[in-house]
Ligand binder design. Structure first.
Ligand code: AVJ
Length: 320
């Protein structure tokens, strides 16, 4: 058994209070909105895994292709002794990176809001990479992070294109907070989906099998279970649109007819007009100049930019 430590910086019960606050804030304004983090209960996480295997959803495969091709270069460029992974989930796609960083790698610090995902990932890693110290952090990395005192150089990885879920001001805040974690010689490895034709983008978020629609509607089940909302997922329709001006895909839930969703525990009733849409996710798509610019804005310098053969997705390596 390798050493395994788990630190929780999230109180056990914040989720309930945060969800309540997001519902009160997001559903009493126009247009209505909910943050995408509420998709990921056990069922939602399963549906997301299913999405990553859909023919239309290319980002996961494209990023894996880049990681496979570039892991050696990443290891050589960083010489990392600690790998910190933000939003590590199952840590599955990180396996190549860990393999490439060995034998210099001493510590792996997966950070996720899901303790069960962290425990599962640590267990799998222990079997495959004996000797690696794993210091799992249960934390919400959008709220500032305190990292354990592991050896440098550190490589902070933020993969999957999840940065695209943040709005521009949130991204700026997030990148500045990552910057404060980095000492000279440390680096950030970040995955970003890229701007491309509208048909490809929309299909990736509105697949033929309806898995993304089920994923989107799953947030309604979360509201029902966690807050006792009397909401029927069949009353809503899945919508995915490309906003060419802001260069992001939006997922929305559109009310099929006029209806009211009651939240008895919150003493709240939310009225939807027929056809009214609630935004449930923004997934920003990037160009190299924007990534370089936003990194620079946060005090980070883009050192490497790698894409898959088809140019659909990019991995950026940035230094402090
Ligand atoms: C996990 C945030 C990268 O935005 O593409 C997949 C989530 N939403 N299909 C993305 C998602 C709809 C995904 N990220």
């Amino acid at each position: 058994m390798s050493p395994f430590l788990l630190t929780r910086t999230l109180p056990e019960d914040t989720a309930g209070a945060d969800l309540r606050a997001d519902v009160v804030h997001g559903l009493t304004r126009t247009p209505k909105e909910l943050p995408p983090k509420w998709f990921y209960d056990a069922r939602g996480s399963e549906l997301f895994e299913e999405i990553t295997r859909l023919p239309e959803y290319y980002p996961t495969r494209a990023e894996r292709e880049i990681l496979l091709a570039r892991a050696g270069e990443i290891a050589a460029a960083t010489g990392a002794r600690t790998l910190v992974e933000l939003g590590s989930g199952s840590s599955e796609k990180t396996r190549h990176l860990i393999e490439a960083l060995l034998p210099g790698l001493e510590d792996y610090v997966p950070v996720d809001v899901s303790e069960s995902a962290l425990r599962g990932a640590a267990k799998a890693l222990d079997a495959e990479v004996p000797g690696l110290r794993v210091h799992a952090l249960v934390a919400d990395f959008t709220r500032g992070l305190a990292l354990p005192g592991t050896p440098g150089p550190r490589l902070v990885a933020f993969l999957g294109g999840t940065i695209g879920n943040l709005l521009p001001e949130e991204r700026a805040m997030f990148l500045r907070s990552v910057r404060t974690l980095l000492a000279p010689g440390d680096a950030l490895l970040m995955g970003t989906d890229l701007v491309k034709d509208e048909a490809t983008l929309v299909a990736a978020y509105d697949d033929a099998a309806g898995v993304t629609a089920a994923f989107n509607k799953n947030v309604l089940s979360v509201l029902a279970r966690e807050l006792g909302a009397d909401v029927d997922p069949d009353d809503f329709e899945h919508v995915a649109v490309w906003d060419a001006e802001r260069e992001w895909v939006e997922m929305r839930l559109r009310a099929r007819h006029a209806l009211t969703v009651k939240f008895p525990e919150l003493d709240l009733a939310v009225a939807f007009e027929a056809g009214e849409e609630m935004r449930t996710e923004v997934s920003a798509k990037f160009r190299r100049e924007r990534v370089a610019g936003e990194l620079a804005e946060a005090g980070l310098e883009l050192a490497h930019w790698w894409t898959d053969e088809a140019g659909r997705f990019a991995l950026s390596l940035a230094t402090a």
